[in-house]
Design a protein around this ligand. Structure first.
Ligand code: ADP
Ligand code: MG
Length: 328
């Protein structure tokens, strides 16, 4: 009984009666881009600890899936392209499988083997020409998700052709945001938000008890909101051409490759996907860029519980059938 009383007292000391939930924020560079974490809790120390754990989780994932880190399992798969299957952790194995599933749904618009062509482009805004056509043709021939062979018994992944390469640039941040959220929730954070540079997932409520709502940035002026999305819980992921792009003859191309041609996509400024799952939203945002306005919307309208907002090159706003936007 005494221990019980002492415990209760300790609890009261930690949470003085009437303590208000507080939002703790932290911005940090991870996976080569800016991440923002918000944890809302009566105990700020716990909120900070949970954010630290979220950060550690993203770093762990980065080490596993980065195709730039030569020590990662992804790099081992790439090094063994055309040579032999590589045994990988279940986590990476499942991420590859889910990526292949998205390739199936999008008819190959999403393809992690796009990475065979990655080195031909810089997308830092300074390029003014396309790479030589022969090089594009040579590399695009290596892009084909059907040549990513996974073996569930042996837990291996094999890139069938030499010169193939995979990369998780279009799905990894969404996955990492999901995982950071799960870790924070498991530590008792019932209200929070993880924003992986535009791949955002939120849960519970805001600090003042209101539902989460997300501002959609104006692609011509990132500091300005053009619309609001009331979301409550779930993921809102925006893929845009305003950070990484290529300009050729005055035309802007996004840092997203059309796996059918090997050239970057054009015509769309940004795609926002709203759905419960940040990883799927991330992959679909990229896919809609490749598919274009009509085919992209047709795909999203087929998928239950998933909505989409496209801003075209001409600043036209087009939404999927169930999208509930608020303009203020
Ligand atoms: P953002 O960086 O704006 O969030 P995305 O989620 O759309 O953008 O991811 C873009 C990245 O996806 C590219 O930098 C590249 O690494 C990768 N990528 C490019 N084209 C494809 C594609 N067709 N399928 C899968 N991944 C792609
Ligand atoms: Mg994406």
């Amino acid at each position: 009984m005494r221990t019980f009383a002492v415990l209760i007292l300790a609890w009261l000391a930690a949470f003085p009666l009437g303590a208000q939930p507080q939002a703790i924020h932290r911005a940090v560079k991870l996976m080569g881009c800016g991440f923002e974490f918000t944890a809302i809790h009566e105990d700020p120390a716990l909120a900070r600890q949970a954010i630290e754990a979220g950060i550690a989780e993203v770093s762990r994932i980065e080490r596993l899936i980065s195709s730039w880190d030569e020590h990662s399992q992804t790099s081992a798969i790439n090094r063994n392209a055309g040579i032999q299957p590589v045994q990988v952790d279940d986590e990476l194995f499942q991420l590859i499988r889910r990526s292949l599933k998205v390739s199936g749904i999008t008819n190959g618009a999403f393809d992690i083997s796009f990475a065979a062509i990655e080195k031909l482009y810089l997308f830092n805004g300074s390029e003014t020409t396309f790479p030589p056509a022969e090089e594009v043709e040579g590399s695009v021939a290596k892009i084909n998700y059907r040549n990513i062979i996974v073996n569930p018994e042996k837990h291996t992944a094999f890139l069938k052709e030499e010169g193939m390469r995979i990369g998780f640039g279009a799905i990894g941040k969404g996955y990492a945001a999901n995982r950071a959220r799960a870790v924070m929730q498991s530590m008792g954070i019932a209200n929070g938000l993880v924003n992986a540079s535009g791949d955002l997932t939120c849960w519970g409520k805001q600090e003042d008890g209101r539902n989460w709502g997300i501002a959609i940035a104006d692609p011509d002026d990132k500091m300005k909101a053009i619309a609001w999305l009331p979301i409550g819980e779930g993921a809102v992921v925006t893929s845009g051409d305003y950070e990484k792009y290529l300009m050729v003859d005055g035309k802007r191309y996004a840092h997203i490759i059309d796996p059918r041609t090997g050239y970057p996509t054009t015509g769309i400024k940004s795609v926002t996907i709203v759905c419960p799952d940040a990883e799927l939203a991330d992959a679909l945002a990229t896919s809609v860029f490749v598919l274009g306005k009509e085919d992209g919307l047709a795909l999203i309208d087929q998928l239950k519980g998933i909505e989409c907002l496209i801003i075209t090159e001409e600043n036209e706003l087009v939404g999927s059938k169930g999208l509930q936007l608020q303009y203020e």
